[in-house]
Design a binder for this molecule. Sequence first.
Ligand SMILES: N[C@@H](CCC(=O)N[C@@H](CS)C(=O)NCC(=O)O)C(=O)O
Length: 213
Amino acid sequence: MLKFYYNPVSVNARRVWITLLEKQIPFEPILIHLDGDQFSDEFAAINPLQRVPAIADGALRVVESLAILAYLEAKYPTPSLMPSEPEAIARVRMVETITVVELQPETLPLTRPLVGLEVDPQKLAAAEARVTVILQFLEQLLAQRLYFAGADLTLADIVAGTLVPSLPLENYPRLSAWANRLAQRESWQKTAYTPDDIAAALPNIRRILERRS
Ligand SMILES: N[C@@H](CCC(=O)N[C@@H](CS)C(=O)NCC(=O)O)C(=O)O
């Protein structure tokens, strides 16, 4: 059975978890505690980069959340989470890339005060301004659609939908309605982290953020 290496508070792992559930792929979850399990020899044999998520499917190891999603879509195509029309494909890839490459790094300065770390006020203001530009663009891309590529859930919604709903969305009515729509899905509900998960993870999140600054 496919093995899924994860941590419940990892945004990167959650997008893989939701995809496994949406595609109804049987899997064995393997919890990696981020207070040191990620540095063990056993896990380094799966992911030398020492990060979750990772999967092992038979002899194959795949790391990097977007690569895992592309693999799952290719190997387990039904139900499809990737449209076939060129415009819709472009939309999905844009939303995935904007979320991971542009938005996710900008949320790090915003997270620092929440875990008791100092943040340079100029860096914080710059990150907030950049997040605003990105959210405005996503609001415009979503337009009147139920999901980013149309009437059906795709990988765009899974990737953006595991990060964007954690940001303040009161100025973005379309993103707010979309986030509420996602929250109704069983896959979002089953993978939602609890306040206890967050409390337990706080020291690890602090350590990870300290290492990355
Ligand atoms: N680019 C990677 C990022 C993975 C990543 O940063 N994972 C974090 C958890 S969200 C992690 O395992 N951190 C452990 C550490 O930094 O020690 C992906 O998309 O899979």
